[in-house]
Design a protein around this ligand. Structure first.
Ligand code: FES
Length: 159
């Protein structure tokens, strides 16, 4: 009985728990089950300031946001906060990949070789085609995510 009560109090919103003890609070609970986040470049600001939102395994990126300007200028970006590489094929086509290297899992040493159309992982200099199916020089293909573009927003389903 004591364990059930403790478990209940651990899981309920604090204002509900306080109400049980006769304390009133005007603060609303946030939903602990909601899987949204607003991580980004240093904290603060709204989702719109960061240029993307996350809900479950879906990431929606506002391409015009300055946080993604290097995607336009360089043609690709390692979007580390969401563990993905984004490659601009043309103005209306983007492709996204995991940034976890198929070889040994490095996530931060990527570059893109334009002439070979391959991502290069600098950890051991293995290279990976961008067609989502052809194996790289070690560890298999670079996994792709389902990606769509509409009204300047890129929707990526990470799965
Ligand atoms: S971890 Fe990427 S090449 Fe080895």
């Amino acid at each position: 009985m004591e364990n059930k009560r403790r478990e209940f109090l651990k899981n309920v919103c604090p204002s509900v728990a306080l109400a049980f003890f006769g304390v009133t609070m005007l603060e609303a609970c946030s939903s602990g089950g909601e899987d949204s986040e607003t991580p980004g470049n240093g904290g603060g600001g709204s989702n719109n300031d960061k240029g993307y939102t996350v809900s479950g395994n879906t990431v929606v990126i506002t391409l015009s946001n300055s946080n993604f300007s290097s995607l336009n200028s360089n043609g690709w970006i390692n979007f580390g906060a969401e563990a993905m590489l984004i490659l601009k094929i043309d103005a209306s086509t983007y492709r996204t990949f995991t940034n976890v290297c198929p070889h040994q899992g490095n996530t931060s040493q990527w570059s893109y070789n334009t002439s070979q159309d391959r991502f290069v992982c600098g950890a051991h200099n293995n290279t990976y085609p961008t067609d989502c199916s052809t194996s790289g020089t070690a560890g298999g293909p670079l996994k792709c995510f389902t990606t769509s573009l509409k009204d300047g927003k890129l929707t990526v389903i990470k799965s």
